[in-house]
Write a protein that binds this ligand. Sequence first.
Ligand code: CS2
Length: 498
Amino acid sequence: MTSYKLNNKNLSKFSDEALIPQYDRSTLKTGIVHVGIGGFHRSHEAYYTDQLLHDPANSDWGICGIALLDFDTKIYNTLKEQDGLYTLIVKELDGTLTKKIIGSIVEYLYAPENPTQVIEKMASNDVKIITLTITEGGYNYNEATGSFDFTNPLVQQDLEHPQAPKTIFGYLTQALKLRKERGLPGCTIQSCDNIQGNGHMTEKMLLSFVHMAEPDLVPWIKSNISFPNAMVDRITPATSEKDIALLKETSGIEDAWPVVCEPFKQWVIEDDFISGRPAWENVGAQFVEDVVPYEKMKLSLLNAGHSVLGILGALIGYETIDESVQNKAIQTFLHSYMDEEVSPTLGDLEGVDLKKYKQSLLQRFGNIYIKDQIDRICSESSAKIPIFILPTVNAQLENDGPVDHAAFVIAAWAIYSAGLDEQGNPLNIKDALETLLKEKALVAKNSPTSFLEIESVFGKLNQSKRFVDIYTAAYQNILKYGVEECITQMNNKALNNI
Ligand code: CS2
């Protein structure tokens, strides 16, 4: 099949092969600045917004994508080459591929090349919302101190060179300062990361930084900026070379970086937008007064479920999440974790059918076409575990409830962090704390609790004797019998107890 590069000029050529934007992109205004234009933003917010832009009444809500970090050059160059266009490939449960070319990203900036332009864009009067996907670790929160980490060298640099920031905090501070100086209205800063109370976290971390960098700006931010919390959801694996080649072969679309994702999507947002917002509810988002229950449910069931499948699967030697969930022992283990350890901590989830939600998660994890990489799930676990799993553990410890499954997964993570799976094959560990994790994981071989001493991850967890004992036993059992044998035993015990 003849193929063409994806860009404005060639767009209409793809109309038989994919859904293409049916709106005039050249007339859109940029009302949203988004920082972190990775796969998730492009399968989620940019997708919702693209749907919305089909109604001409919404033409003020085009997106400017900001590539913030040095290694974001690739996505920036791709979007520039493709006029901001990319293909979203939805992998349906029956294996069908639904292809949609997304047009909502109408501008893109590469911050390391031009910080001033980025600051100006964030301060633009047309921009009403700044959204973020900067990853769980990007908020610079230290679990041990419960506050902003000023020891981060990049933060120090932003304090010393405010005009050429490196972190999101430096950028936002400069942009908000300009808004204030110019007498412009405030805006909404909306996190789209997997963090409990992500709006509160953004506010708290930003204010900590501003307090140090520009103390006079603090009151203005408090009165002029809103930080809605939101729960975001759509499983979006890393795009593979195979996905790119298949798109070209079957649809003639030469897209250097399409996005693949599952059909399911959810976005539950607190309605707190100080300078207006798009009517995302018209395209499936839910606006609610209190998003906390939804967030808790998603983080501690879906994201934690991913970590359980990822860490246990990695040690056994699996590569994708569906392989892991198809292992009956792991599946039963995950079920028990969700039912016995997580569900009792969730409180009242008004209007949510928890049983159905958990069932749907297993179906989503099991989508054999998604091929979500275990490497992706296990990456940055040091930032994920404290958000996805430890709140459940802490709540259960407080209530004298069960923590066996969670402790088992953390013991498995300690073994994983030493860098080899159960067959002795090297694991591809990607984590900001990789060196520290490995160092502690190696000591853990003789003294398992040393891994729990990483305070920036575990806080004071090593002071709970009950947890430490269960964790230590699990650690030793995994080394002795292997993951699968151990969880089979645990599952049988659960069966015997019924
Ligand atoms: C995953 C998430 O990174 C992870 O560990 O759990 O990326 C997950 O796929 C998304 O939050 C789904 O909404």
